[in-house]
Design a binder for this molecule. Structure first.
Ligand code: FAD
Length: 619
């Protein structure tokens, strides 16, 4: 026997990534290629596999540690003679941007899909329905893929287990949360009007009506999708789909508002398939099964307003839901294992949000783990422990509502993908190439199930790529067949109040990766519109390439905005990055006055040195 170090292999452009999951323990017997840890940047999560089989002797990393290529993850006892180095590549679960001419914003490394772990099953039965393209899952990824494929002339079957299309986003995600956040933002704004001489008095909250309003918003959108599917002649099959072979999917019919099976089954035969089965909320194993413990879907059900609410996980989803409940009257605590809330965004952006929102929180517990929870008549009693040396944590606390918002896990292991020969990672992701193709050439995958960032706009773009590649292949159209997901950047938005939005390279990443940038930061305290709105706490920040090769005319690499409507404006910065714009291009683009959007032009002018809306800049 020999003891060897298992190290982080080449992880593409990332200088440093955080360990968000440790998947093995000392004493575990592991096989070569087995996932050891999951690491995450703001763009992608990756499982780092072992290069050797053996027995784990000692872990060298823990949750929250930062690692880079060459960092030792653990020591492994291996058979003599098996110790020759053979670093396995990390399995990135998101396709990447292609190399760009200027220094690109960081993107996950391109990975060829993993080799199939199983041979596809052979299906000997007959099919009830035949189609060119089978799409599994009717979320933003699935319905967009189905509609694009139908628009390109293909015969499409879309399988969805729930009664309505729209997936997580329309039914229990993006849309209902924004319907409630809008109401909360208006309530907060109205309360500020008192200082402008308008007093509406204390709000009366009618929770049933509010829930009804949210349901109406969902119904309008999901109803619209059903109509659009009909207009495109997409066959929608209601039921739970699972593969029974490389070209066949069995659909177990479901009914009602849930996933109740009727017992009826249909087999769909397909030439090509697109897997868009999405993700679901992670549930901590020690959480009691109690109606006072909810995930985001439970929180959106809006059963009432708790007095004390704990948000488990300081990411975007938890903080958005916390904003709603706090405006409706709840006091909040938040517990986060990392050293800051809203990981991924630059700290200066988050600081503005935090200052404006501190009144909502009794406790912001950073570097803190939740270790136990118990259902008591008084509430859910939750215990905490430090996630880092030197951190003090409070005594166990009792809450009326606990929201688990610690991440989402892909549904890859629930669709019998192995029967089609499709490889699924230990965590349930399906690796794809830049055309969204899995290891099985006629089967594609898109959306949350292929990896971070788990965002609807990423799913939709991936959906169009998969549909176009398939149409191109089936119709002999070379241009369509060469479609690829080659976005340079994917914007992120926290629809809190103020909103926090960012895209491309962040300042923290630039520092960590030693990328020289020129910053243009326009404070909204100098924006006429922000002052007129009574909301001048924000700022707009742009980062331009300042490497010697850029000769002072560097292209934009990233940007961030904190302030009201930041999410509506971040698309302009994404466009500028995609177009390779520099500070002059953006600064000389005439933005209407007075708007919040002109802060983007002014931030570019500041980087360029030509802004006249701020005090003179030192040369
Ligand atoms: P999903 O939306 O998860 O859809 C997958 C579909 O497949 C589901 O309808 C599911 O029922 C179906 N399915 C799964 N397995 C089967 C099966 N075996 N048979 C039949 N059907 C199956 N993203 C944003 O971009 N912006 C936001 O503001 C935003 N807010 C969010 C707020 C919340 C509270 C949450 C939870 C998520 C939010 N997201 C947001 C994320 C966004 O909802 C997801 O990224 C997006 O829905 C992913 O789309 P998808 O098509 O990959 O998967």
């Amino acid at each position: 026997m020999a003891i060897i170090d298992i190290k982080v292999p080449d992880i593409g452009d990332f200088a440093e990534v955080g360990v968000i999951e440790v998947l093995v323990q000392p004493g575990d017997t592991i096989r070569a290629e087995q996932s050891l840890v999951t690491v995450e940047s703001d763009k992608a999560s990756m499982e780092i596999p072992s290069s050797h089989a053996g027995v784990v002797k000692e872990l060298k990393v823990k949750l929250g540690d930062k690692v880079a290529e060459g960092s030792v993850l653990l020591t492994l006892e291996v058979a003599q003679g098996a110790a020759a180095p053979a670093a396995a590549p990390a399995a990135a679960s998101t396709p990447s941007a292609p190399p760009s001419e200027s220094k690109p914003a960081p993107a996950p490394a391109v990975q060829a899909p993993a080799a199939p772990k199983t041979e596809a099953a052979s299906f000997g039965g007959s099919a009830d329905v035949e189609c060119d393209v089978l799409v599994l899952g009717g979320g933003p990824g699935g319905y967009s893929a189905a509609f694009r494929a139908a628009d390109l002339g293909l015969n499409v079957v879309l399988v969805e287990r729930y009664a309505t299309l729209g997936g997580v986003c329309l039914n229990v995600g993006c849309i209902p949360s924004k319907a409630l956040l809008h109401v909360a933002a208006v309530m907060d704004e109205v309360s500020h009007l008192k200082s402008a001489g308008i007093d509406f008095g204390a709000p009366q909250v009618h929770i049933d009506t509010l829930r009804g309003h949210k349901e109406k918003v969902i119904g309008k959108l999901t109803g619209g999708l059903a109509q659009m599917a009909k207009m495109r002649k997409v066959t929608v099959l209601r039921g739970y789909g699972h593969f029974v072979g490389a070209n066949h999917l069995e659909v177990e019919e479901t009914t009602g508002t849930s996933q109740d099976k009727t017992g009826a089954k249909k087999v769909v035969a397909f030439k090509r398939a697109i897997i868009a089965a999405g993700s679901q909320a992670v549930r901590l194993p020690f959480m009691p099964d109690d109606p006072r413990v909810v995930d985001s879907t439970g929180a959106l059900a809006l059963q009432g307003v708790p007095k004390r609410m704990l948000i488990l996980g300081g990411g975007i989803i938890g903080l958005e839901m916390g904003t709603v409940y706090s405006t409706l009257g709840a006091r909040l605590d938040v517990v986060e294992m990392m050293d800051g809330l809203m990981q991924g965004a630059d700290r200066d952006l988050v600081k503005v949000w935090q200052k404006m929102n501190q009144h909502r929180f009794d406790n912001v517990m950073l570097n803190t783990k939740t270790v136990a929870a118990e259902a008591t008549p008084e509430g859910i009693k939750v215990s905490f422990a430090p996630a880092k040396d030197g951190v003090t944590v409070p005594e166990p606390q009792v809450y009326d509502l606990v929201l688990q918002a610690v991440g989402r896990t892909p549904n890859g292991k629930k669709i019998a993908a192995e029967k089609a020969g499709v490889a699924v990672t230990d965590r349930g992701f399906i690796n794809v190439d830049i055309q969204m193709r899995t290891n099985v050439p006629h089967i594609f995958a898109i959306g949350d199930i292929v990896g971070q960032p788990m965002l609807a706009h990423k799913a939709v773009h991936e959906a169009h790529v998969a549909a176009e590649v398939i149409a191109g292949e089936l119709q002999g159209n070379k241009e369509l067949a060469s479609a690829a997901f080659n976005a340079r950047v994917i914007p992120s938005v926290a629809y809190t109040d103020p909103e926090v939005a960012w895209v491309g390279l962040t300042e923290d990443q630039a520092k960590a990766q030693g990328i020289k940038v020129k910053k243009g930061l326009f404070p909204w305290a100098a924006s006429g519109r922000a002052i007129a709105n009574g909301r001048d706490e924000g700022f707009t920040k742009l980062l331009f390439d300042d490497s010697p090769e850029a000769h002072g005319h560097g292209r934009i690499l990233g940007g961030g905005i904190v302030g009201t409507h930041a999410g509506d404006m971040i698309g302009e910065i994404a466009l500028a990055i995609e177009m390779g714009a520099d500070a002059v291009d953006i600064g000389k683009t005439i933005h209407p006055h007075p708007t919040l959007g002109e802060s983007i032009g002014m931030a570019a002018e500041i980087a360029h040195g030509s802004c006249t809306d701020v005090p003179p800049q030192r040369r």
